[in-house]
Design a protein around this ligand. Structure first.
Ligand SMILES: *[C@@H]1O[C@H](CO)[C@@H](O)[C@H](O)[C@H]1NC(C)=O
Ligand SMILES: *[C@@H]1O[C@H](CO)[C@@H](O)[C@H](O)[C@H]1NC(C)=O
Length: 168
């Protein structure tokens, strides 16, 4: 179940936890609450969230058979994330169901068929974060029409996790 906001304070806290790992403390102090509130409202960020950050790799291919690296698509996806960042609503809903909000803010190509991504992710459902951080989770190949590339997400390495402070 997806909870809704009860107060403007709840909205702001949710947005802050979403953006915390991508923003340093001095930047948080000057963060524009209008911006954070709008993002939280738009993505329906729950009031209480579990979050994680870390890195993960993904491989990109030209076809579903995953034989040939999609060199252009991988480069475009990396450039786009480094330039524009990416907020992914209902990230991998095919695997987790709805409700994961992923923020991808840095990318580096590490081989001809693989990119390394830095992420922060948040959900009102703790099980989704547990499963995302599990090295045992696997991800069916998916088509990214924007970059005309088939992507295989590899396991997510969670370096830090947070729980809602008001939930024990
Ligand atoms: C995760 O967040 C912590 C605390 O903000 C930060 O020190 C760390 O660098 C982040 N890790 C990654 C991989 O972004
Ligand atoms: C929480 O996420 C898990 C794993 O994706 C899912 O099976 C479960 O139905 C979700 N629970 C709720 C209350 O949405």
């Amino acid at each position: 179940m997806r909870s809704t906001f009860f107060s403007p304070r709840g909205m702001l806290l949710g947005a802050v936890s979403l953006l915390a790992a991508a923003t340093d403390c001095s930047a948080m102090g000057t963060a524009n609450s209008l911006l954070l509130t709008q993002i939280a409202e738009t993505v329906q960020l729950p009031m209480f969230t579990w979050s994680a950050n870390g890195t993960h790799t993904a491989k990109g291919f030209t076809t579903k058979e995953a034989n040939v690296a999609s060199v252009e698509g991988l480069k475009e996806d990396c450039d786009n994330i480094n330039l524009n960042k990416k907020l992914s609503v209902d990230f991998r809903s095919d695997v987790f169901g709805e409700g994961l909000i992923g923020f991808f803010y840095k990318c580096e190509p590490i081989s001809h068929d693989t990119n390394l991504y830095w992420f922060t992710i948040s959900s009102g459902n703790r099980t989704q974060i547990d499963r995302l951080c599990s090295q045992k989770s696997s991800y069916p190949i998916v088509h990214d029409s924007q970059h005309n590339t088939w992507f295989i997400d590899e396991p997510f390495d969670c370096t830090q996790r947070t729980s809602p402070s008001n939930v024990f």
